[in-house]
Design a protein around this ligand. Structure first.
Ligand SMILES: [Zn+2]
Length: 280
């Protein structure tokens, strides 16, 4: 049986973020979503082509926030998503428009998008001045959560993501590597001060908390810092402190897409080698 929700993370990190989510509800047509437009039009459209998804089949594009690694500057000149709505909180609309995307495509994630996309719920997360938006996407009894570029997970945020089957969450830095890095103090303060990024330990704690509400089929760790983190360190942390989840945890990479993940089904979906070529 085709899984109701599949996720394919194309790229994750400070050089660009994008993922495809395919929904196939029992009673309804399949729809495709994109989360973040941090890849160039050439790369993202190339990836869609490999996956046999036409640009006009994209129903919605969920934008977490408007930083350049989440909204690439090239989309203003190339807008192939003729039927898609850009779902973002009002607080980000102006910055998205400044990146060149026409405001007529946008819906406010908190109000007007709910009528069209009731299965996509937003949640405001702390990140710099304008914050970021987390999303919970559900259909046919399965749900996934997406939280990246956030300074901390509040108890309200944990409650929002409770019961999801798959959690895609930022695990940006190792606190020790951050503290000992050559970065200036103001930057370290910005990242670690509660309105920047989520550390490995914070991501682990959040995932364990959510796992208690319902067993997670997948945890995907997003947006690892290339300077202050390493996948090996993350794996070690999870093997030690969350052995029950470590086998279902994957680290999303900047240059390497992950296989399709079938939400609620721990076994990985099939994937195509040719995607690597498209993203080069
Ligand atoms: Zn980012």
């Amino acid at each position: 049986m085709h899984p109701p929700i599949r996720i394919r993370i194309l790229a994750s990190g400070s050089q660009g973020n994008a993922a495809i989510v395919s929904l196939r509800p029992r009673d309804g047509a399949p729809t495709h979503l994109i989360i973040d437009l941090g890849l160039s039009p050439r790369k993202l459209c190339g990836a869609l082509e490999v996956e046999n998804i036409k640009a006009h089949e994209i129903a919605a594009i969920l934008v977490t926030h408007a930083d350049a690694d989440h909204v690439h500057g090239g989309w203003g000149r190339n807008w192939p998503f003729k039927s898609a709505k850009v779902i973002a909180r009002n607080a980000h609309h102006r910055a998205i428009a400044n990146a060149g995307i026409d405001a007529k495509h946008m819906l406010d994630a908190e109000s007007d998008s709910q009528a069209f996309f009731p299965h996509i719920k937003p949640f405001a997360l702390p990140h710099d001045k304008a914050g970021s938006t987390g999303f919970r996407i559900s259909t046919d009894g399965v749900a996934m959560g997406w939280a990246t570029d956030l300074g901390r997970m509040s108890s309200d945020a944990l409650a929002f993501f409770a019961g999801v089957d798959a959690l895609c969450i930022e695990s940006n830095y190792d606190a020790r590597m951050q503290q000992h890095s050559s970065r200036p103090d103001f930057l370290k303060d910005r990242i670690m001060g509660g309105h920047g990024h989520l550390s490995n330990v914070q991501a682990l704690q959040a995932a364990l908390h959510i796992h208690k509400t319902k067993a997670l089929s997948h945890v995907v760790l997003l947006h690892l810092s290339s300077q202050c983190n390493s996948p090996d360190l993350v794996q070690e942390l999870w093997d030690t402190h969350a052995p029950e989840l470590a086998g279902d945890m994957q680290v999303a990479m900047q240059m390497l897409p992950l296989p399709w993940l079938c939400v609620g089904q721990p076994r990985q979906c099939a994937w195509s080698e040719s995607l690597f070529v498209a993203l080069r």
